[in-house]
Design a protein around this ligand. Structure first.
Ligand SMILES: [Zn+2]
Length: 238
């Protein structure tokens, strides 16, 4: 298993898609981090449905897509290397036995094997595009749970932005225009350069136009719904 999967690296579209939490894969030597399969199927291990939406968008736009192939319980590729929850000991109330009391060497090993290769793959795509003068718009694709701590989330899709709202504002307006869906604007999450890593590191640093989006997981349970939401989002991106 490699740390990342790249679709359409030479894609002609302007969008470059990132999916940090695409997979719930745990390398065999980590013995499921001591968790039962039921926990690994939950959102704590991955962004349910996000990979399917990313694949569909990659196809729609002929866009390069880089998908992280390791569970965020192994290492969260959207966290800074010094973040307390980079390798979470507890996630949404679930203790992760395989992450308790990791020594320095074990942490370094996870970073070398699963964090850097994913971000290096993103860099390689962006650098290659820069080299040939192709403009890039970075889009980071996540999914959110239908509720948090017993509170239902009304938004079917949500954009997370920081200081540069130019693209977010236009896409928000386009998503809302038909008036048929609830769209979150920095709800439930904003884009936080102190907490998020992927968009700040790959896009803000380069001043690339960017978006971070959350699809609600109950809206994207299968390939058909993932494609439908990808088409809706793609329409707004245009
Ligand atoms: Zn995510």
């Amino acid at each position: 298993m490699t740390a990342s999967r790249i679709l359409r690296p030479q894609g002609a579209g302007r969008f470059v898609l990132l999916c940090d939490h695409a997979s719930n894969y745990i390398p065999a030597e980590l013995h499921d981090l001591g968790l039962p399969a039921s926990e690994l199927a939950r959102h704590i291990a991955w962004d349910i449905g996000a990979a399917g939406v990313t694949e569909a968008l990659s196809e729609i736009f002929d866009a390069p897509a880089i998908l992280c192939e390791t569970s965020r319980l192994v290492i969260d590729c959207n966290r800074h290397l010094d973040a307390a929850d980079l390798i979470p000991e507890v996630s949404h109330g679930t203790v992760i036995p395989g992450n308790l009391h990791l020594d320095k060497a074990a942490r370094a090993d996870r970073i070398e094997r699963w964090f850097h290769p994913y971000h290096d793959a993103v860099e390689s795509v962006l650098l290659e595009r820069e080299a040939r003068g192709a403009p890039s718009i970075a889009v980071s694709i996540h999914s959110m749970t239908p509720s948090l701590a017993g509170q239902p989330r009304p938004w079917q899709i949500a954009l997370s932005s920081h200081l540069d709202r130019s693209l977010a504002d236009a896409v928000l307006a386009a998503l809302r225009r038909p008036g048929d869906i609830a769209v979150g604007d920095n709800q439930p999450y904003d884009l936080d350069p102190e907490m998020d890593f992927s968009i700040p590191f790959h896009a803000l640093r380069r001043r690339l136009p960017h978006l971070q989006v959350e699809f609600r997981q109950d809206e994207i349970p299968d390939a058909a719904t993932q494609r439908r939401w990808a088409l809706r989002f793609a329409q707004a991106l245009r």
